[in-house]
Design a protein. Structure first.
Length: 172
């Protein structure tokens, strides 16, 4: 199957890409939130483990490691909470807004030689342009969310490492 059979012209191809990317970026925000929520659960577990270590008594290097763990849990938790703050994503227009827009396009092009074809072309290109704009906006939102999730992950990994080393030190 060739692309020529799927798309009438390059504008159709790019419009299709813009719609797909817009949908992917919108759903990526939910994926990032789910992953960050899992990291937050891990951080809560690590905080509880660190609390247990402190209550059991720590001395020397183990105590220092647990201060590192506490700092990492705090920083990771802050990053996770900031990642989970609800963001306003750019979304598709409502059906009523599209009805109004299409009616305006029809009125504007009613005297053209082939008004239906012109309106259809303008609608596809206009909707693709808006999908591209939404995707760009949502990419920026997701990039910030991804950076916060990544930082939260590394802080949780640091806490986990400190806790593992502390456990090994206490065993031997």
């Amino acid at each position: 199957m060739t692309y020529g059979k799927l798309f009438k012209n390059i504008d159709d191809l790019w419009a299709n890409y813009a719609f797909e990317r817009d949908a992917r970026e919108f759903s990526l925000g939910d994926t990032l939130d789910i992953k960050t929520s899992i990291i937050l659960v891990v951080l809560v577990f690590l905080a509880g483990q660190t609390d247990t270590f402190f209550h059991d008594g720590l001395v020397g290097d183990a105590r220092i490691l647990q201060y590192v763990s506490v700092g990492a849990v705090i920083c990771g938790g802050i990053c996770a909470v900031f990642e989970l703050i609800p963001r306003r994503y750019s979304v598709e227009a409502t059906p009523t807004e599209y009805d109004t827009w299409i009616a305006d396009l029809k009125k504007r092009h009613e005297k053209d030689a082939n008004p239906d074809a012109v309106v259809l072309e303008r609608a596809i290109l206009g909707r693709a342009k808006r999908a591209k704009e939404r995707a760009e906006t949502n990419i920026a939102v997701n990039e910030r969310k991804s950076n916060l999730m990544t930082a939260s992950f590394y802080f949780s990994a640091a806490s986990l490492g400190a806790n593992l080393i502390t456990m090994v030190m206490r065993l031997f």
